[in-house]
Design a protein around this ligand. Structure first.
Ligand SMILES: [Zn+2]
Length: 226
């Protein structure tokens, strides 16, 4: 799980969310060297494999991905899934900015269409990046269903995957996501062993995830889950 790929804005409240472009490239190189197969979420979902596999995801859809993440991924033929805040396509991280964070531009429709044509997949991260555990049932339903409809309208294809903002969800929320037609959903729970397709665990990759730590995170996940 990545967020922003770029140099941190010194005023950001989430400086840990920025992974330097060089660091990101090093992560990709390490995956290849360690013989991890990078697969898409749908491959991970549908095909079993004896190989060590990873899925790369990005939350929020920051525009710095266009310059810093998509080119090295596309060059290696690595798939990835970006979770978009549907009402903020071409907008900014309003949900963070409202809490005092710096504003960062988000992917616009042209960026998304171009990346999609090159193997990057897009899922829903709600309409407005709300904490689904803190809003009414009706509002949660609207965020889950309408983001799907809006992305379908804009991209010509309904998103297959969902990601909970802040990782927050309850069994009721997971049920709603399933009923809306999504095939799986990512949480922010740590780990690699996947027991619930609607609360998938991930490994958080951050600014301080230097190469040794990145490798440790990959293997530690495997060990802790045993
Ligand atoms: Zn998010």
């Amino acid at each position: 799980m990545y967020h922003r790929i770029g140099r941190p804005n010194p005023k950001s409240l989430f400086r840990g969310h920025y992974v330097a472009p060089k660091q990101f490239e090093n992560h990709l190189k390490a995956l290849a060297l360690l013989h991890f197969e990078v697969v898409s979420l749908s491959e991970a979902l549908n095909e079993s494999s004896s190989k060590r596999r990873v899925v790369i995801t990005f939350d929020d859809g920051y525009r710095n991905l266009v310059e810093n993440a998509f080119p090295p991924l596309i060059e290696r033929g690595y798939p990835a899934t970006v979770f978009l805040v549907a009402n903020q396509i071409g907008g900014y991280n309003a949900w963070d900015a409202d809490n005092g964070d710096v504003t960062e531009p988000l992917l616009n429709l042209e960026d998304i269409r171009l990346a999609k044509s090159r193997g990057i997949d897009f899922g829903s991260h709600t309409l407005n990046h709300v904490d689904l555990s803190a809003v009414s049932k009706d509002e949660a339903q609207r965020e889950i269903y309408e983001s799907r409809e809006l992305l379908e309208q804009k991209l010509g294809q309904a998103p297959r995957f969902f990601c909970y903002p802040y990782g927050r969800q309850a069994s009721e929320t997971r049920q709603m996501v399933r009923e809306a037609g999504y095939e799986l959903a990512c949480s922010t729970r740590k780990g690699t062993l996947q027991d619930d397709a609607f609360a998938l665990k991930r490994i958080n990759v951050r600014r301080d995830s230097t190469l040794p730590l990145f490798v440790l995170k990959l293997y530690r996940g495997l060990i802790y889950d045993r």
